[in-house]
Design a protein around this ligand. Structure first.
Ligand code: ADP
Ligand code: TRP
Length: 323
């Protein structure tokens, strides 16, 4: 076995955005060579927000396209749909019987979603238990996620430790892998970029619509002639993720020099974005033309993932007395 067992997932609850890419996909994809990676599309999790059936199917396919376009190599990485591995639901139930309600009540993500007016369904509440099952089922050692998922990783560790204390050393205790320097990618309004907050810029989309988004990034009201502070500017923060050090330095100098408006900065950002994702965009249209190939990749991933899932579940069921 090479390197470590790495696992991560993305919900198919909307279109993937730059926050997903820089917070999770880029770091996850950059370690495919040396490790044994398992990446999946969390469509059971997407069901917590009840998209209509056709939308859920379509978004799941789109997430697959986005991952493959961004460089997921299905030869190296096990890539699958969460719902193709029913074992995860059995493990989720077993883990839920060891999970104190208070642990879930403290989760920020749940509290944030309620504060934003989402219905408090049981799926949303026990979301972190299913996530723990996702991670523990594949004996994952390292989980690349954005900073907003850190608490869910702590819940996973907590549940796994409880399980092992009770039943013996069976589950692998995972570590999060968080890119501190890009920890939270800001959205159009400067808050965390998120599909559910209406402030996201998609990774892939039609030029005109994407440009409009870049142009609507919130900036301060410093007049055009005056020098501007790049470090507090959302446009510059996004540029820094894609630009080379020289390009960033040049843009920085323009901010500090004055006579450079935010409109200019946004245009520079849009052009950088187009260049940065040009290759991925091309790959995406190739996969888009071959939906059966995408399906075959996911099926193959599912059969490889399921072998590992069944072995873990068997150990767990034997330990708790279900077998
Ligand atoms: P969303 O908040 O848009 O629903 P998800 O919760 O599906 O996004 O996130 C998928 C992955 O992308 C997670 O690992 C998450 O931490 C990461 N991620 C999402 N938004 C951001 C962001 N704004 N900054 C950094 N990482 C992010
Ligand atoms: N909750 C994660 C998110 O919203 C998605 C997810 C589900 C996940 N299961 C996971 C991430 C297991 C990492 C590991 O981003």
């Amino acid at each position: 076995m090479k390197g470590k067992r790495i696992l991560s997932g993305v919900q198919s609850s909307g279109t993937l955005h730059l926050g997903n890419y820089f917070g999770m996909m880029r770091p996850a994809l950059s370690i495919q060579e040396e490790n044994e990676c398992f990446y999946f599309i969390a469509n059971y999790h997407a069901l917590t927000v009840l998209p209509d059936p056709e939308a859920l199917r379509q978004r799941t396919f789109n997430v697959a396209l986005d991952f493959l376009a961004c460089g997921l190599d299905p030869q190296k990485t096990v890539f699958f749909r969460q719902s193709d591995i029913p074992e995860v639901q059995v493990l989720s139930w077993i883990l839920s019987c060891l999970t104190p309600v208070g642990l879930l009540e403290r989760c920020h993500s749940y509290k944030d979603k309620l504060a934003r007016g989402m219905e408090a369904n049981q799926g949303l509440f026990s979301y972190p238990v299913l996530m723990a099952a996702d991670i523990l089922l594949y004996n994952s050692q390292v989980v690349p996620v954005g900073k907003d998922q850190k608490q869910h990783l702590e819940v996973t560790r907590d549940i796994a430790i409880r399980f092992n204390n009770h039943y013996g050393d069976i589950l692998t205790i995972p570590e999060p892998m968080i890119q501190e320097e890009v920890a939270v990618i800001p959205g159009l309004d400067g808050q965390k970029m998120s599909k559910s907050y209406g402030n996201a810029i998609e990774i892939f989309g039609e030029d005109k619509a994407i440009r409009k988004k870049f142009m609507s990034i919130v900036t301060d009201s410093t007049p055009m002639e005056e020098p501007k502070n790049p470090d507090t500017c959302n446009v510059y923060k996004l540029f820094k993720l894609m630009g080379t050090p020289e390009e960033c330095e040049a843009l920085r100098a323009k901010y500090l020099g004055g006579n450079f408006g935010y409109g200019h900065a946004k245009q520079a950002l849009f052009e950088k974005y187009k260049e940065y994702f040009a290759e991925a965009r091309e790959r995406r249209s190739e996969y888009l033309a071959k939906p059966q190939l995408v399906e075959d990749i996911l099926q193959d991933g599912a059969s490889r993932a399921r072998k590992v899932a069944q072995a873990t579940l068997h150990k767990v069921c034997a330990a708790v007395g279900l077998e």
